[in-house]
Design a protein. Structure first.
Length: 612
């Protein structure tokens, strides 16, 4: 028995047995320790047993003044070689441990390290990346500091395979805090962003520089994965060249290249809507356009989505084209379509409150929205605001079905190579001449204005930008000489602009007048003295149609027009007769005229009849 031979207490076998006994049966260890009192130095014995316990767990006691070893010496395949182990902690393939007065404490059953910090250049928020060794490989998870360094919230990471629970979370957080403190100057700091497109002078994808993409788990990760390269640029060019022979398909392709130019020129968001019959190559043309930057199957969405989802997608794409297919899936929900056009056109999301008070970060984007469908976005009664924001182009983007079918097939394997090359060339050119884009855009817009003064100004500006995208891509991607590239780009513009409405045709007042005159032609029998079926809508002479106000209001409202707005416009343009009464400084839109049938003065809305 050990108490009878106390000198044997210092033998390695005895110390080892006591170490096991202390862990397995503390009561029995305490009994033996009591029997050795006065026979050995108990403090020395406790230190020896404690050291043996640490060795059993492959732990190391740091002596005063000793510098912690590099973790590489303990875990040779550790991702960050420069990390040092924090004092009082030991780490190996069996996990993270700390010796306490109550014995060793396991903070985590697997080795865990900090690999880098990520500072979001847009929001200023910081995240950290954890690396942990499990299932025979290093795995990584990025999370906010408020999650990683909080014993309650770090438990959320158990869903990412990190073995942490409410039992060990406190110790794991203490270890991570000590690890960061020990390696403040060692941990790499990366700049991050949560969106594509411009980030300062960098651009994602293609010219990321030292910026890394940091997006939340879920659908955004899948979409972000779509911005990758497949195949090679030579094969992509060969696949795309045939559709550049079709003006509308070429226009959509050029718009995809041109999207990053919006921010450089300070232009507002606009929409290009290709609509027409089925089997006309609309979706194929859209896929070709989106393949400039990535996999169109992953990056294209449809109208069968909520406004919130489309807002967040636009904010993520930011300076890349947003492709929305199949307008017809929302049927007759014209209100949804028009509110979507306005929302996307503003380039700014809806303000929302945050859980902690105040407002969430605003969503912003500056994109060209490419949409397709069998129906237009606007109707005859849509406001001019809808029509100025959207360039609606009717026709078949690709008239040859075989070419369209080949595009569908080729875009599965070849994508994401042209955009990165184009953007790198753009950045290089701007470094030599930072006014190049603005100067070229102005020259093109001035020429388009000279050719098409009657077109809507916002459409001309948008067209000039798309022409610029075609001009640059023809040179930098498709290898055309500068003169030929400009010639082809302007020819495309001429073809597209010739199909578009003039500014006059787009005015709400013009469309409302044409609508009301058509309505009058159909209902002219109601304006005779006898009326029709004992019902009168008013009267008419050689110059004006005199309509009872209730009839006038209903006719315009049925056409989807704002009655008050139209009356003001028509009054300004001389299309609506007005009167001002004595002593008043107010122009009235209803005028008094003697009604022969009623035999008295009656109020009418008097609309002028224009000579044919």
């Amino acid at each position: 028995m050990l108490p009878e031979f106390p000198e044997r207490a210092w033998e390695p076998e005895c110390i080892g047995a006591l170490a096991v006994l202390k862990e397995k049966d503390p009561a029995e260890f305490g009994k033996i320790r009591g029997e050795l009192k006065g026979k050995v130095n108990l403090n020395d014995l406790d230190r020896a047993v404690k050291k043996q316990i640490m060795e059993n767990h492959k732990l190391h006691i740091v002596e005063p003044g000793e510098k912690p070893p590099l973790l590489e010496e303990i875990l040779p395949d550790i991702p960050l070689k420069e990390l040092r182990r924090p004092y009082k902690w030991s780490l190996n393939e069996n996990g993270i441990w700390q010796d306490t007065k109550n014995g060793p404490v396991c903070a985590c059953a697997v080795p865990v390290i900090l690999t880098k910090r990520l500072h979001n250049v847009d929001t200023g928020e910081e995240k950290v990346e954890l690396g942990f060794y499990r299932d025979d490989r290093w795995q990584y998870v990025i999370s906010s500091r408020s999650t990683v360094f909080n014993r309650n919230s770090i438990i959320q990471l158990t869903n990412k395979s990190l073995p942490v629970s409410s039992e060990n979370s406190r110790d794991l957080v203490r270890y991570l805090s000590d690890l960061e403190r020990e390696n403040l100057s060692t941990l790499p700091l990366d700049k991050s962003t949560n969106h594509m497109g411009w980030v300062g002078n960098n651009f994602m994808p293609g010219a990321e520089g030292n910026i890394v993409l940091d997006v939340e788990e879920g659908g955004t990760v899948a979409v972000a994965h779509g911005y990758r390269e497949s195949g090679n640029l030579k094969d992509w060019i060969a696949a795309i060249k045939p559709i550049r022979e079709y003006p509308l398909a070429r226009f959509m392709l050029a718009a995809s290249f041109a999207t990053p130019l919006l921010k450089l020129l300070g232009q507002r968001v606009f929409i290009i809507h290709s609509w027409g019959p089925s089997r006309s190559g609309k979706t194929a043309a859209l896929k070709a356009a989106l393949s400039v930057w990535g996999d169109p199957e992953d990056t294209m969405t449809s109208f069968n989505a909520t406004k919130v989802a489309l807002e967040r997608l636009a904010a993520f794409y930011q300076d890349l084209p947003l492709g929305i297919d199949e307008r017809q899936v929302v049927g007759d929900k014209q209100g949804f379509i028009e509110s979507l056009v306005y929302m996307l056109g503003t380039g700014k999301g809806k303000g929302r409150g945050s859980k902690g008070g105040g407002l969430q970060h605003w969503n912003y984007w500056r994109t060209i929205v490419l949409t397709t469908g069998e129906e237009p976005l606007s109707t005859g009664s849509s406001t001019a605001g809808i029509k100025t924001r959207a360039m609606e182009l009717y026709g078949k983007p690709i008239t040859n079905e075989e070419v369209a079918g080949q595009i569908h097939q080729d875009m599965r394997a070849h994508f994401g190579t042209a955009g990165p090359q184009w953007i790198r060339r753009l950045i290089t050119e701007l470094a030599g001449d930072n006014s190049m884009v603005a100067d070229d855009h102005k020259l093109i817009e001035d020429k388009l204005k000279e050719w098409h003064k009657d077109k809507i100004a916002s459409h001309r500006a948008a067209m000039a930008l798309v022409v610029l995208g075609d001009f640059y891509s023809s040179q930098w991607v498709f290898g055309l000489e500068k003169a030929e590239a400009l010639k082809q780009a302007m020819a495309m513009a001429e073809t597209i602009l010739s199909q578009m409405e003039s500014a006059k045709e787009n005015e709400d007042s013009t469309r409302a007048y044409e609508y009301l005159m058509s309505w009058f032609d159909v209902n002219s029998s109601y304006f005779s003295e006898k009326g029709f079926m004992n019902q009168r809508y008013g009267m008419v002479d050689s110059r004006y149609v005199y309509m009872f106000p209730t009839v006038f209001d209903k006719a315009l409202e049925d056409g989807g027009f704002n009655t008050f707005r139209i009356q003001k416009d028509w009054a300004e343009n001389g299309l609506l007769l007005t009167e001002t009464r004595n002593g008043e400084n107010k122009r009235r839109f209803k005028v008094r005229k003697f009604d022969r049938v009623a035999g008295k003065q009656t109020y009418f809305n008097a609309v002028k009849l224009l000579d044919e």
